[in-house]
Design a protein around this ligand. Sequence first.
Ligand code: FAD
Ligand code: NAG
Ligand code: NAG
Ligand code: NAG
Ligand code: NAG
Ligand code: NAG
Ligand code: NAG
Ligand code: NAG
Ligand code: NAG
Length: 770
Amino acid sequence: MLLRLAVAVLSFVGSVLSQATPYTDPDNGITLWGFTDPVHHVTYGYVFPPVAANANEFIGEIVAPIEAKWAGVSPIGSMLHSLLLVAWPNGNSIIRSARYATDYVQPTVMSGPILTDLPATKVNATHWKWVYRCQNCVSWSTADGTSTLPVDGFGAPAWVFSTVGVDTPSSVSSTFQEHTDFGFYGFDFSQAHVDTATYANWAAGGTGGGTPTITTTSTTTTPTQPPVSATPYDYIVVGAGPGGLIAADRLSEAGKKVLLLERGGPATWETGGTYGPAWAKGANLTKFDVPGLFETMFSDSNPFWWCKDVNVFAGCLLGGGTTINGALYWIPPYSDFATTTGWPSSWGNHQPYTDKMKARLPSTDTPSTDGKHYLEQSADVAAKLLDVQGYRRLTINDNPDQKDHVYGYSAFDFIKGKRGGPVATYFKTAKARPNFTYKQYVYVLNVVRNGAQVTGVKTNDTSLGPDGIIPLTPKGRVILSAGSFGSPRILFRSGIGPSDMVNIVKADAAAGPNLPPQAQWINLPVGYNVSDNPSINLVFTHPSIDAYENWAQVWSSPRPADSAQYLNSQSGVLAAASPRLNFWRAYSGSDGKTRWMQGTVRPGAASVDTVYSYNASQIFTITVYLSTGITSRGRIGIDAAMTARPLVTPWFKDPIDKAVLIQGINDIVANIKNVSGLTLITPDNTTTINDYVNNYDPASLNSNHWVGSNTIGTAGKAVVDENTKVFNTNNLFVVDASIIPQMPMGNPHGAIMSMAEQAVTKILGLVGGP
Ligand SMILES: Cc1cc2nc3c(=O)[nH]c(=O)nc-3n(C[C@H](O)[C@H](O)[C@H](O)COP(=O)(O)OP(=O)(O)OC[C@H]3O[C@@H](n4cnc5c(N)ncnc54)[C@H](O)[C@@H]3O)c2cc1C
Ligand SMILES: *[C@@H]1O[C@H](CO)[C@@H](O)[C@H](O)[C@H]1NC(C)=O
Ligand SMILES: *[C@@H]1O[C@H](CO)[C@@H](O)[C@H](O)[C@H]1NC(C)=O
Ligand SMILES: *[C@@H]1O[C@H](CO)[C@@H](O)[C@H](O)[C@H]1NC(C)=O
Ligand SMILES: *[C@@H]1O[C@H](CO)[C@@H](O)[C@H](O)[C@H]1NC(C)=O
Ligand SMILES: *[C@@H]1O[C@H](CO)[C@@H](O)[C@H](O)[C@H]1NC(C)=O
Ligand SMILES: *[C@@H]1O[C@H](CO)[C@@H](O)[C@H](O)[C@H]1NC(C)=O
Ligand SMILES: *[C@@H]1O[C@H](CO)[C@@H](O)[C@H](O)[C@H]1NC(C)=O
Ligand SMILES: *[C@@H]1O[C@H](CO)[C@@H](O)[C@H](O)[C@H]1NC(C)=O
């Protein structure tokens, strides 16, 4: 536990998150270190007794506008296995409790912490305020050991906020729906301490005397740095996800001088990562290497790999999404790059690029090194269900253009039983070249430009150049590969995008001054036209299924024979991620358009909702997605905290998308009775498929497959042209999921990589470059 904490603490030193600052509450004179979220205007503050006192408590407050129906904090910054504090107004009083969650579901009341309300706790016409002492709150025990706040170091506390009231406001144990917003900020806990006497006074209900007794040990003067001279590059690639890795590899292969910048750190063992399960100690394997640990990305108490300033799941480390994803890898069909899916006609012949990708990174549907399939019961049961519906079994990636009424084993880009992806292949070859430079933990804020001409990038690292600016060589180019949320944010911060977004940047004290003059702003539809697969989970039981303890044991206590087999030869159950079978079917909608449905089958389930009892050892899930052909679109952007987020969610905006998905689900479940012993438990037989889909938690429709925020196309309608160059710029390009105009047929990273191969070829062929 301590080791995991250390990792989290380190990764936030010098983080670009907004930082907590000291302030004195005018109502009680208590000085706290806190942060006011610029979107909802809620203030979250903490103050601790001296580090040396080794006390297990702190004082905190939440000051919220009355629009906040409830709000909460996680001082350690994660939801699972963590102390959570929630509060809301009820008439003139504040109802509050400590909560605890072991899964991303309703957190229940936590025993242990002792909460005492302190002076100035109140509700008035405009605000509610909870000031509290929290005892037994610096350390708490979890299933795995003890968690401790880094009181003498850095952290990233989280806040949650909701505009939807709790179910029973008068009850401290009230249930409530998932928060409507959340965020993080940087916190130097080591500063947030006062002397013993001052703390004791406040903790006992005393007021005043805050400011003069603050002990500030830090020096506020910046150490004088030697003048830095920056190295110019032919190509600066921003972001080491699949798009950026392929671009950087091919550009350096072509002899260009390339700099790849990544905000996160290493992940797999080969790249310097060390975060692994105890059972693999000494085996040079991390969480990111072992395919069977995929489901634990979502159940870890310290998930340092998620981007803290993106409001949906996104991987912020070397490899981007491909380091934390399920590694489902689909060779793209023709339609993934056809004019019918929004591509310029110059993109139609994807085959040479797809072949280049396959040559570097083959797919496998037998990821275990012994060539055998393991834990295949859910695949066998689902196959029986599909057989009676006229589906054919095939090797999916041998027949990429056959996507109607087909099923086959799940295909991955694992290599020798370990995570492969672009990091184990493209990054490896790039790194060996002397003209390729990789820098991690570097956050790119914006591009530096003079009108249409980009001259470099501004980073948060002043050791790389004056003001953190890294220049281009005279004909140099910048390629943004920061992902569907990251690249739009960099564009907004560079004065490129709709004026509402650029104006948010302008209003930000740190980002505003870096914008070019308003006359140089470039108005493009950045953030519009995004799509993501809507997806619905169906949960079944069948007596033949081995639900594998719902993947809950694989990190701390896997089945001994399976971990031994994996350590010995990277074979067995743990050599694959959870999916076992995939299928596709084409549907014609009432609008005459064709939409494709995809299914992914796996043992276990994220959640079960049934009035009946069931055998949890026999559960499996079919996730049903709608992919190519969906017409719904949403919008992504930034808020005043510079957090990137969906502004308009993209699922089911067109009712025909929803109707087609409902039809597809009805077809899947139509033949349940033909498979003896098969029972649908979520939804169960008290809920119709229609009601189930209509009442589905909208956030759960997210498949993390966002595309389209910098869509490729024609001037006036798109963000990048057919060479992936940003319109109205000379030398700024985008190569990542954001340029893809339509949902690809399958989980997208195969299509993204083929796209990157083609994009980098076009960029190299474009005259005027280095
Ligand atoms: C939980 C999850 C599961 C998924 N499962 C699958 C799957 O099984 N199969 C599949 O095909 N797809 C899957 N996906 C989707 C897939 O991983 C993404 O579509 C893909 O990674 C997107 O690639 P990208 O290059 O556009 O961006 P990303 O992979 O997001 O990479 C962007 C990179 O840029 C870096 N970056 C961002 N901003 C900055 C900045 N300002 N400065 C410096 N660096 C920056 C990030 O740290 C990151 O490394 C999954 C995604 C998630 C989140
Ligand atoms: C820049 O930001 C990254 C990502 O948040 C962080 O890891 C790094 O420490 C920061 N660098 C500096 C010099 O502050
Ligand atoms: C209500 O309380 C808040 C927080 O202390 C304060 O800022 C605000 O001015 C108060 N409003 C009124 C109407 O008194
Ligand atoms: C870059 O590296 C490639 C491959 O190693 C080499 O052929 C090329 O000459 C190098 N170019 C420069 C400018 O160093
Ligand atoms: C792990 O890596 C170390 C250092 O690279 C190496 O010496 C050791 O042999 C490796 N161990 C295994 C089990 O591969
Ligand atoms: C499925 O079961 C029904 C009866 O429940 C039967 O009429 C039908 O023929 C079966 N279909 C197949 C393809 O076996
Ligand atoms: C993008 O979205 C806008 C606004 O919804 C729409 O007018 C435009 O046609 C879309 N462009 C493309 C290329 O789909
Ligand atoms: C639940 O399923 C498991 C695995 O199939 C089986 O061993 C067990 O007996 C079942 N339990 C009950 C109560 O039926
Ligand atoms: C509904 O499902 C339950 C549990 O599987 C079963 O016992 C019951 O018979 C079913 N009812 C109907 C009407 O099918």
